[in-house]
Every structure is written in structure tokens, then in C-alpha cells.
Design a protein around this ligand. Structure first.
Ligand code: ATP
Ligand code: MG
Length: 184
């Protein structure tokens, strides 16, 4: 599996200045008072892994992830999140497997959509989503337990619960690739 090494945010939500979080081996905890940006950090991780829903980012439009300004700082027009992955075990999809380290960048401008780069090269959102689908992580992964999710799982239909089991079994990436192949 690819390993997270670091997360870097610039202009993303409350992280107006460039901020880097290193992910060491073992457990990483983020602590701080209410409103300091803990949930924003988790959302940055989801976003760079290909989240497409502004609602999942607690906004109404995707450009709401860009720093919106405070009484002392003007708003920004660009937000960027970078996640660095260790691919020493070469477990990434074939198109990325020449690289020992993968630097995935998602960038959004207020006036336009967002784009993705891996090690400096433009890639599709789909490529990034598949990279993380294989790593059993991903923007919608059940490894990320957000508020209300446990209750929703208990009340879910069997078909929805099956999706959770498929992800746990590590076959979600295969399903998306089969779906893509069928569309071709
Ligand atoms: P809690 O402990 O209450 O869950 P938290 O540490 O998870 O708090 P977050 O929800 O991550 O806090 O951060 C909320 C803060 O981020 C608020 O102060 C909010 O104004 C700020 N924020 C969110 N989006 C933006 C944005 N686009 N521009 C500037 N600030 C933003
Ligand atoms: Mg929070």
C-alpha cells in the first residue's frame, strides 16, 4: 500500500499560509481548540484524493474551500493541497509505478475549476481517484469516519452496506475499473 508522508495546504480554508503536516510511522493525532482547523485538515486530505462534492467539504460551491478572508487578511484566489506518498513497494496503479515517491497536487482557482498533477505532470481526476481507491483510502473511504456515519450505516439498506464490505475486502478499485472498461 502507498503510505502517506506529508500533507501541505496553501490557501485551503483557514490555512491561508503554507502549512505542512508530517505523517510519521504509527499514530498521528491532531489536537486543538474548537474552530482551529482540525476538520479542515481532514477535508484537505479528502479533497486532494478527489472529492467532487462541495457539500462534503461543508460548502455550497467547490471554490468555498479557498481562504475567504478575515478581518485582518484578504481572501485568496487559489487553494492548493499536496499529499506526498511513499510508493517504495510499487503498489500504485501502473501509470504511476515508475516513481518511488508520488507528489499529488490539487489546485483550484476562484475563477475556474480544479486540476491535478502527479510529480509535476497533469493527470485526470479519475487517475487520482483510482490511485487512492486501490490504497483502500480515497475521498469517500470508510477509513474516514465522519460525524453521523455510524448511525447512517446502522440504518442503511443491505445493498449500501455491501459497498462498505467490498471496500473492506479491497475490491472497490476493481469495480471502478470494470465500470470504466464497460463504458469504452
Ligand atoms: P471543532 O473542534 O469544533 O470540530 P475544528 O478544529 O474541526 O473545530 P474546523 O471546522 O476545521 O475546526 O475549522 C473551522 C474554522 O475554519 C472556522 O473558523 C471557519 O471560519 C474557518 N474556515 C472554513 N472555511 C474557510 C474559508 N474558506 N476561509 C477562511 N476560513 C475558513
Ligand atoms: Mg471539527
Amino acid at each position: 500500500m502507498v503510505q502517506f508522508k506529508s500533507l501541505r495546504l496553501t490557501g485551503f480554508k483557514s490555512f491561508v499560509d503554507s502549512t505542512e503536516l508530517l505523517v510519521e510511522d504509527g499514530l498521528t493525532g491532531v489536537v486543538g481548540p474548537n474552530g482551529c482547523g482540525k476538520s479542515n485538515l481532514v477535508e484537505a486530505l479528502r479533497w486532494v484524493m478527489g472529492e467532487t462534492s462541495a457539500k462534503q467539504m461543508r460548502g455550497s460551491d467547490m471554490s468555498d474551500v479557498i481562504f475567504g478572508g478575515t478581518s485582518s487578511r484578504p481572501a485568496r484566489n487559489v487553494a492548493e493541497v499536496t499529499v506526498v506518498l511513499d510508493n517504495a513497494e510499487r503498489k500504485a496503479p501502473a501509470m504511476f509505478n515508475d516513481h518511488e515517491t508520488l507528489e499529488v497536487v490539487r489546485r483550484i482557482e476562484r475563477s475556474g475549476g480544479s486540476n491535478y498533477k502527479v510529480n509535476g505532470k497533469d493527470v485526470r481526476a479519475r487517475d487520482v481517484q483510482l490511485l487512492f481507491a486501490d490504497a483502500a483510502t480515497g475521498a469517500r473511504s470508510n477509513a474516514m469516519v465522519s460525524q453521523g456515519k455510524i448511525g447512517a450505516l446502522i440504518g442503511a439498506k443491505p445493498s449500501q452496506r455491501r459497498l462498505v464490505l467490498e471496500e473492506a475486502a479491497g475490491i472497490t478499485g476493481l469495480h471502478s475499473r470494470r465500470h470504466e472498461a464497460e463504458l469504452r
